[in-house]
Ligand binder design. Structure first.
Ligand SMILES: [Zn+2]
Ligand SMILES: [Zn+2]
Length: 346
């Protein structure tokens, strides 16, 4: 089978490997779509020497891709309730299967330190086939396309969970900083939840996508101070809820500063740092500042059903589709910005 690995410095390594055989307790998935994510850009661009430290003793790197979905191809004989041919969104984590977070569908929070992230710490979905565990298989409604399933499998799922953390509703003005795949999903889903959405990004193409997907206002911080602009749009008060998907320190601070007194603010972008002045930025404004990290298995189920029931046009955030053999073009396009969701499709 064809696999895609990321050895660093923007090189794409295509390797033919033998299709893995599932053990009695594993499932083999035939991958049908796999998404590209902002978090893939770090290993993609990393220094090769530094990246080499992630290889095993034989120099093998794990297969990339943590947003896969597909069809069950083979089921280990100890597994019940999952059949060959079922359409599956992959929850890309596993854990000890015993601690309270693993049992609750949050293996990324495993208390026994056994969290594996597929596509990073073990093999992911940028390959024709992929081995998973039964609890990672989320049934995918017939009405959802594989590309939409790939979006839900990470970026859109992450946005949904953070909006739930923020308790976004129809009374809110929601400011979404960063209109990449996660932020654009937050714009679309936040508008579906009833909020008035303000989309913020320095990329005009991404602002156009935001407008097309439910943002009633857009702000380009290269042209205007976003904190002042959001206050101007909210009678001087600020947004009820702030959502940040950029991982850029000064943007995080702007997100917090543009949220109103008693408001809610959520950090979603991974990595980086931030500096706040606790008194004026947070304490004196009774701000509820929170973080949100991806989603549970149950939230993936809830989101995929909601997308169907509410007829949310998720397909339209997917701007670019590539074959796996076109991975070089896919990563170059995604890394250049200006896209919505970018996926591989088989
Ligand atoms: Zn992701
Ligand atoms: Zn655990």
């Amino acid at each position: 089978m064809l696999t895609v690995k990321l050895p660093g410095e923007k090189e794409i390594l295509f390797e033919e490997e033998e299709t893995p055989q599932p053990t009695d307790d594993q499932i083999l998935i035939e991958v049908k779509s796999s998404g590209l994510c902002g978090s893939d850009l770090k290993p993609y661009a990393m220094d090769k020497k530094e990246r080499g430290e992630f290889a095993d003793s034989k120099g093998r790197l794990n297969i990339s891709g943590h947003e896969p979905c597909g069809v069950v191809a083979e089921v280990g004989k100890n597994i019940e309730g999952i059949k060959v041919g079922e359409r599956i969104i992959v929850h890309h984590y596993s854990g000890c299967r015993k601690c309270k977070h693993c049992v609750a569908g949050w293996p990324q929070l495993c208390l026994n330190g056994e969290n594996k992230t597929y596509g990073f710490s073990t093999d992911g979905g940028n390959s024709d086939y992929m081995i998973v565990l039964p609890e990672m298989c989320i049934p995918m409604p017939e009405e959802i396309t594989f590309a939409e399933g790939a979006a839900i499998a990470c970026g859109t799922g992450t946005a949904f969970q953070a909006l739930k953390r923020l308790n976004v509703n129809g009374l809110d003005v929601l400011a979404v900083f960063g209109q990449g795949p996660v932020g654009l999903s937050a714009t679309l889903l936040g508008a579906e939840m009833g909020a008035t959405v303000i989309g913020i990004d320095v990329d005009e193409k991404r602002l156009e996508l935001a407008k097309k997907h439910g943002a009633t206002h857009t702000i380009n911080p290269n042209k205007i101070d976003p904190v002042e602009a959001i206050k101007d749009l909210t009678h001087g008060e600020g947004a009820d809820a702030g959502f940040e998907a950029t991982a850029i320190g000064p943007v995080r601070r702007q997100m917090v500063q543009s949220t109103k007194i008693w408001g809610r603010a959520c950090l979603v972008g991974e990595g980086g740092t931030v500096t706040f002045e606790p008194s004026p930025d947070i304490i004196h404004r009774h701000l509820n500042l929170m973080g949100s990290w991806t989603f549970s298995t149950h939230v993936l189920s809830e989101l995929s059903q909601w997308v169907v029931d509410r007829k949310i046009p998720l397909n339209s955030i997917i701007t670019d589709k590539y074959k796996l053999s076109e991975a070089e073009d896919a990563f170059t396009k995604f890394a250049s910005g200006g896209t919505g969701k970018v996926v591989f499709e088989w």
